[in-house]
Design a protein around this ligand. Structure first.
Ligand code: CP
Length: 370
């Protein structure tokens, strides 16, 4: 069976941790002069993007290439979709060329699940409408775990067996880590791969902004709650879907709180995750706030409002940033922002996700495992 990644809702906490642990193995690879491994040599990854993307598309391509897979990029403008071909017909035609993975981004929430039910190769969701963006949540969890994680209960340094393959790539702190501030993040202790597993249980995370239209928010709520974090959704009520705190059942009901005043939402949090207003998804809707300037004034993150969070709180954003709207430039470029670290984690986590999809974490190809 192909190992799809359609939704965080399909993963339990143990599987999420397995992906994060696997991503840890690749974190430092970006600092190596030669950034190439061979685990997916001869395999084919098709990136099928029907929406604009900078970070996700590029990092999936890099991830595939760093594992020695062939990566092929297809955008809607350059495909026969522009001539009227359906998504399913496109996918079936691509499948006829025997790829191992199709990575898909589409404005239709459910596009990845639809493909996964139709094709025989693995399907990875790179963002589907307002539904989910699972690899974004995984890379966000990896960033939080490294910067805000605490040793998991019962885990003492060195208690885990050292992984020889991990040791080969964990020769440094990673591309954007402990030594530099600014957009590279504050000076913080380094987790050395699998030697010392960290947990984000109890970490307080505020997700601020346009929750209503955000697939990043939905995936993060599920992912972070499954890992034991406590989440505040901070926005005017018109930007928070009714019942969103129940999307993961008891797990999210117990850990998600809705807060409609920014200062209260940020009070004492470890992590502030800002979201942009997704204007492209407002079409045909009644206005949800008077205007962007007013929303920015009441829910934008400035140096002043960041002062309500813990003094060592980190600032995250999935990108693209709208400077001066949800995030003041001084904060975006300030010492607490870890936004580019998130981007670096994107490559490591997507390497893990592609390996999981094609050969699984036991390293055996699907056919050998059957
Ligand atoms: N975070 C994110 O999905 O960015 P892109 O739209 O650039 O891929």
């Amino acid at each position: 069976m192909p190992r799809h990644l359609v939704s965080i809702a399909d993963l339990d906490a143990a599987e999420i941790v397995r992906i994060l642990d696997h991503g840890d193995r690749y974190w430092a690879l970006a600092s190596e002069p030669v950034k190439k491994l061979t685990s997916l040599r001869g395999r084919t990854v098709i990136n099928l993007f029907f929406e604009a993307s900078t970070r996700t598309r590029t990092s999936f391509e890099l991830a595939a290439k760093r594992l020695s897979a062939e990566a092929i990029n297809i955008s809607s403008a350059a495909s026969s979709i522009s001539k009227g071909e359906t998504l399913l017909d496109t996918a079936e035609n691509l499948e006829a060329m025997s790829p191992d993975v199709i990575v898909v981004r589409h404005s239709f929430g459910g596009a990845a699940a639809m493909l996964a039910g139709k094709v025989s190769c693995a399907v990875v969701n790179a963002g589907d409408g307002q539904h989910e963006h699972p690899t974004q949540a995984l890379l966000d969890a990896a960033t939080i775990r490294r910067l805000k994680g605490k040793p998991a209960p019962g885990a003492l340094e060195g208690t885990r067996e050292r992984d020889p393959e991990a040791s080969a790539v964990l020769t440094g702190a990673g591309p954007r880590d402990a030594t530099r501030g600014g957009v590279n993040g504050p000076a913080l202790p380094v987790q050395r791969g699998r030697e010392r597993p960290l947990s984000i249980d109890g970490v307080e995370v505020a997700i601020v902004g346009d929750i209503a239209h955000s697939r990043v928010a939905r995936s993060n709520i599920l992912c972070l709650a499954k890992l034991g974090a406590r989440i505040r959704l901070v926005a005017p009520l018109t930007l928070i879907p009714r019942g969103i705190e129940l999307i993961g059942g008891d797990v999210t009901r117990e850990r998600v709180r809705i807060v409609t005043r920014l200062e209260d939402g940020l009070d004492g949090v470890d992590v502030v995750m800002m979201l942009r207003i997704q204007h492209e998804r407002f079409e045909g809707e009644a206005p949800r706030f008077p205007n962007t300037r007013e929303l920015s004034r009441t829910f934008g993150l400035s140096e002043r409002t960041l002062g309500f969070a813990k003094p060592d709180a980190i600032v995250m954003h999935p990108g693209p940033i709208n400077r001066g709207v949800e995030l003041a430039p001084q904060v975006a470029d300030g010492p607490r922002a870890v936004i580019l670290q998130q981007v670096s984690w994107g490559v490591a986590i997507r390497m893990a996700v592609l390996e999981r999809a094609v050969i699984g974490f036991d390293g055996r190809p699907e056919s050998a495992a059957a």
